[in-house]
Write a protein of this length. Sequence first.
Lengths: 125, 125
Amino acid sequence: MISFDTFKPGDGTPIYLQILLFIKRGAVAGTILDGDELPSRRVLSALLGINPNTVQKAFRMLEDEDLIESQTGAKSTMKLNDEKIVKLREDLLREDIRSITESLRQMGITREEAVRLIERFWDEE
Amino acid sequence: MISFDTFKPGDGTPIYLQILLFIKRGAVAGTILDGDELPSRRVLSALLGINPNTVQKAFRMLEDEDLIESQTGAKSTMKLNDEKIVKLREDLLREDIRSITESLRQMGITREEAVRLIERFWDEE
DNA sequence: TTGGCTGTATTATACGACTAGTACAGTTGC
DNA sequence: GCAACTGTACTAGTCGTATAATACAGCCAA
C-alpha cells in the first residue's frame, strides 16, 4: 500500500495536482512500484483532510494517463513499466529545470551562481 | 519606462502574481531601477491582452509592499533602495531554491545529479 | 450470503481569479 | 482651460478549484 506520510499540501498549487505529482515523483524515485495498491479515495481524503472528489479528480487523471488501473469495487493499483517511468522522469525534470532556470535568469543569476546556490542550499532544512 | 517585452504569461500561475514577480525579478536583476515609470494600468493591460483590473491588482500589491508609488492622475513609479533589493533577492531566491530542491529530492535526484542537470540545461532554448 | 468496503456519478454551494463595463477624481501637456 | 490621459472604485458575470451530501453498482472477506 502506497504511503502518503511525506505528503504535505503547500504553495498555491491545486491539491489534485499535488497528489498527481506526488505519485509521479514516487514512481520516478522507485518508492512507488508497478502493482502497488493505492489507498481508497475515501481513506486518502480523510487522511489528508480534503474532499473525496478532489482525490478522485487526481486518480481519474492518473487513469487517463494509464498510470493506474481502477475497477468498481476494488482498490486501484499502479500500472508502470520502464518506458513510462523514463518518460515521466524526462517530463518532470524538464519542467522543473525549465522553471528554475527561467526564474533565476530573470533575476540576472549566472549559471555558475545557480550551481553554487543549489550546492549551498541542497542540504538545508 | 519599464518594458514588458520579455514578459510572457505561462504556467497556471495567476497573472497578477506573474506581473508581481516580473517586476520584483527585474528589480533584483537591476533592469528596473528606482524612480522608473511603470506603464499605465490601461496601457499595460492592452499590451498583455488582459483585463485592467488584473494589472491593478498586481500594482496594488506592489504598493502594499512599498515597492511602487502611485497617486491618482499620475503614472506610478518604482520606489527602491539597496535594503529592499537585498531582501527581495533573498526572498525570491530562497523560494525558488526551496521549490526545486524539494521537487528533485522527491524524484530521488542527488545533489550531484541536480548540479549536473542545471549545468546541462542552463543554456538550452 | 451478507455487510462493509470499493469506484463512480450527480447536484449544490462557496471562493478566488479573471473578465467586462462603467464611473469619478486628479494629473499632465498642449 | 481643456482634452486626454492617469489612478481608483464598483457591480456583475464566467470559470476552475474545492467542498458537502447523496446515491448506486461491484468487490471481498468474515
